[in-house]
Structures are given as structure tokens and as C-alpha cells.
Design a protein around this ligand. Structure first.
Ligand SMILES: [Zn+2]
Length: 174
């Protein structure tokens, strides 16, 4: 998936999950939640020097990750665990007040990214040394292909509908 498809699909998943996390309720929490979803949805591709996230972050952060094999460590179970624990501690130190909200958002973005990769043609090697996992849905779904543009458009429509629904609900409740 391209970064745009990763962002939009992760944001939609995060919006669906949001009502299940009633402790994320005030405006600031929701803002931090979605910023974290945004970063989490891009972070796994830090193992690709030309990716959006690699271009967004300073060299000293990306240096080590850029040397890794693409869709390797950052896309397997060990990476998911290590990186998310690291960010949990990072958020605790940097933005203590919102660290739970940020950690949940980052995790949701991260997992949604991997889910997005699993449905592509290449699939993902979740456990090193094992065969790639591919979900049958989009077997012939190549990164950047026309199929992907269609999927992106569908997500965009869903996102607009969610935004309208949210706007209407908000208008009639308040
Ligand atoms: Zn990826």
C-alpha cells in the first residue's frame, strides 16, 4: 500500500475503535489519539529509505532502521512488540499526561499498517523464517497498482461518509 492508503485505512479503523475506548473522550485526547494513529500507520515503513516516514524524521532516527531489510523486523512480531513497548515508554517520558492515549493510537495505526500489507500481493513474514502470510482478499493487489487507487478512493468515500455522520450527530446532540 502507498502511504496515503495506509493513513486513510488506519484512520478509519481508529474511528471504528474509538467508541470502544470510552476513556478517550475529551478534545485533546482525541487529537493526540489521531496524531499517534497517523505516525503509527506510517512507522513500519521506516525500513525503506524512500518512504514518507523516513523523509519526515531526522537522519539520526532513521539511520539504523534504513539499514534493515524492507518488510523485515519492523513488520514482524518481534518488531511489533519491541517498537510498541519503546514508544509506550517514549510517550510516558515525553507526554506523560496522554501517554496511554498515544500508545493506543500508535498501536492501532501500526497494526492497521501491517493489516494493509498482509492483504497485498507480497504478504508479510510475521514470524522470521516462516512463510509469508497473505489474506486472500486482494491476492493480486500490487503496491501502487490501479486496484490500489480504487481501494484508496473507496476508503476516501467511507471517510467522507463517517465525517458527515459525525457532523450530523454532533449537530443534533449539542
Ligand atoms: Zn509496510
Amino acid at each position: 500500500m502507498t502511504y496515503k492508503t495506509h493513513i486513510i485505512s488506519s484512520v478509519i479503523i481508529a474511528e471504528i475503535i474509538l467508541p470502544l475506548t470510552p476513556f478517550i473522550k475529551d478534545k485533546h485526547q482525541i487529537l493526540f489519539y489521531f496524531i499517534a494513529v497517523f505516525f503509527g500507520s506510517l512507522f513500519p515503513d521506516i525500513d525503506e529509505p524512500l518512504s514518507k516516514i523516513s523523509k519526515m524524521l531526522p537522519n539520526f532516527v532513521t539511520y539504523f532502521f534504513n539499514k534493515l531489510k524492507h518488510r523485515g523486523f519492523t513488520h514482524n512480531v518481534f518488531g511489533i512488540f519491541t517498537i510498541n513497548i519503546f514508544f509506550l515508554m517514549f510517550f510516558y517520558i515525553i507526554i506523560n499526561k496522554y501517554f496511554i492515549v498515544c500508545s493506543i493510537g500508535f498501536f492501532i495505526g501500526y497494526i492497521s499498517h501491517l493489516f494493509g500489507d498482509i492483504v497485498t500481493y507480497q504478504g508479510l513474514v510475521l514470524i522470521p523464517g516462516k512463510k509469508a502470510t497473505r489474506l486472500g482478499v486482494f491476492k493480486h493487489f500490487l503496491v501502487g497498482s490501479r486496484n490500489e487507487s480504487i481501494i484508496y478512493l473507496l476508503f476516501l468515500i467511507v471517510q467522507i461518509l463517517i465525517a458527515i455522520a459525525f457532523y450530523l450527530t454532533y449537530r443534533y446532540i449539542t
